[in-house]
Design a protein around this ligand. Structure first.
Ligand code: TRP
Length: 321
């Protein structure tokens, strides 16, 4: 029996739009993150091949003090996506020891459960009062901007290289929108994964234990469950490839055979040629020069850049011009 009674109409519309395309079929990457997907992603972050999260954490563990020393107190903090709290802790603790008086931290996140665990994780830090905003990034940021005091500098955290998951030029458009909400002198700490040898990148997104493959394939499991679809998992495989033209790792689910899939919950039947793929996510890999250009194009000044040597990754401190 179909279990489609509580499916969001938005999901139906997006699945239809993505799979009815005449060219490259696609599914929005946000649907990778149901409870199984989120748990698998946490495992990915611990895989030896996926150095990105550890590099981000290492940089913040070592340099948080130096990074916050470039700010002018009092500071109010907003974070786009609340993450697991581990990285944010470093920044907040460094800020607490710098300003020694109470301040607000606004995690902005569409998942209520992520906000709850963020509050639990970071609630013990001195001087910080946590105000979770269950909103889209830009809506949440507008709310923070409305609540701040004029003398406070706003520090926006956008960690983990999520900016790399925006297709160019959407990355630039997004940063410009963030900039428009800020006042001159406000700060943005931006995490960016850097370009590295292709085989290393491929292994990070197609690990030998196949955790990443399971993570990617889970989107089909979800469509089977939530839209009563009949995807046969054995007929698809996860593929990670580096697109030199866009400097992005692309994740696809490739149909191994010619086949037809029914998705009653979306009133859709989809045909696949053998070898045809569904694109699920891209992850852009930056060069240092490109980050400078991106900052300039979006009306920020790049005040500092900290780079991990083990897994090339950069934390960039941008100041609104
Ligand atoms: N945002 C993460 C990244 O680009 C997400 C991610 C990691 C991912 N591995 C994946 C997305 C595999 C799809 C498939 O690094």
């Amino acid at each position: 029996m179909a279990t489609t009674t509580c499916v969001a109409p938005e999901m139906v519309a997006e699945v239809r739009a993505g799979l009815m395309r005449t060219g490259q079929k696609e599914l929005p990457s946000k649907y990778l993150y149901d409870s199984v997907g989120s748990a698998l992603f946490e495992v990915i972050c611990t895989l030896p091949e996926y150095g990105l999260t550890r590099a981000d954490e290492r940089l913040l563990q070592i340099y948080s003090g130096e990074i916050v020393s470039k700010l002018t107190t009092p500071v109010v903090v907003a974070e786009l996506g609340s993450g697991t709290g581990k990285k944010t802790r470093c920044i907040l603790e460094a800020l607490s020891s710098l300003q020694h008086s109470s301040y607000s931290y606004f995690p902005i996140e569409i998942s209520a459960s992520a906000l709850t665990s963020c509050k639990r994780e970071l609630g013990d830090i001195d001087f910080v009062s946590i105000v979770g905003l269950e909103r889209e990034y830009l809506d949440g940021l507008l709310e923070v901007a409305a609540r701040r005091e004029p003398e406070q500098q706003l520090l926006v955290l956008f960690l983990g290289s999520t900016i790399g998951n925006f297709e160019h030029p959407a990355d630039e458009k997004f940063l410009r929108e963030v900039r428009n909400i800020l006042c001159p002198g406000d700060a943005l700490l931006l995490g960016t994964d850097l370009k590295k040898e292709t085989p290393r990148l491929i292994r990070a997104y197609d690990d030998p234990l196949k955790v990443t493959a399971a993570f990617d394939m889970n989107i089909l499991v979800r469509l089977n469950r939530e839209l009563d679809a009949d995807f046969v998992l054995e007929n698809f495989e996860h593929v990670a490839r580096f697109n030199e033209n866009t400097s992005s790792i692309e994740m696809h689910l490739r149909s191994k055979v010619e086949q037809t899939v029914n998705i009653p919950g979306a009133e859709l039947t989809v045909s696949f040629r053998a070898g045809e793929t569904i694109w699920t996510e891209s992850s852009h890999k930056f060069t240092r020069e490109e980050i400078c250009r991106l900052a300039r194009a979006t009306h920020f000044e790049l005040l500092g850049q900290w780079i991990d040597q083990e897994w090339p990754f950069a934390e960039n401190l941008l100041i609104a011009k």
